[in-house]
Design a protein around this ligand. Structure first.
Ligand SMILES: [Zn+2]
Ligand SMILES: [Zn+2]
Length: 152
């Protein structure tokens, strides 16, 4: 179980289990939206998260694909705590930097490394892809089953 929250403390959440997979995304959207070199997202079922306090509000972000991307932010301090890609509701991309212990999760994969900042070095033992990857070959079987259970 891992707890996290926003900067002002209004939003607090708990992950009730390990995530299915953890992305480190180096795409330009993530760089712009975070103002940083990449974002680290823990992919977890919404029903494996408890809202301990606060009520994060969705902010719709423009995307190249045209598919919806809502970033959920603390209504007071506007810290981004998770994303809902595709407005599916059942799956959240939790920003690992908002965990009380952000070292608790590390990336399982690096994606969109084509736009990676040139000074960022990647570990040799973690798969990295210029764009995206094939989930079926990279995700553990149990995580694929969890994903199928919510998305079919
Ligand atoms: Zn806040
Ligand atoms: Zn990205």
């Amino acid at each position: 179980m891992l707890d996290g929250g926003c900067s002002c403390g209004d939003v607090r959440y708990r992950l009730k289990s390990a995530p299915m997979f953890v992305h480190c995304c180096h795409c330009l959207d993530c760089q712009r939206q975070t103002g940083s070199a990449f974002v680290i997202n823990a992919l977890i079922e919404s029903d494996r998260m408890d809202a301990l306090s606060g009520d994060p509000m969705p902010v719709s972000m423009p995307t190249d694909s045209g598919r919806p991307h809502d970033v959920y932010r603390c209504p007071k301090c506007l810290t981004a705590v998770w994303s809902d890609y595709g407005r599916r509701g059942v799956l959240r991309f939790v920003r690992v930097g908002t965990l009380d212990d952000p070292t608790a999760l590390k990336p399982d994969v690096h994606i969109f490394t084509r736009s990676k900042q040139p000074w960022v070095g990647l570990p040799a033992d973690v798969p990295a892809f210029e764009i995206y990857y094939d989930m079926k070959t990279l995700w553990p079987k149990e995580s694929l089953e969890r994903r199928a259970a919510i998305l079919g």
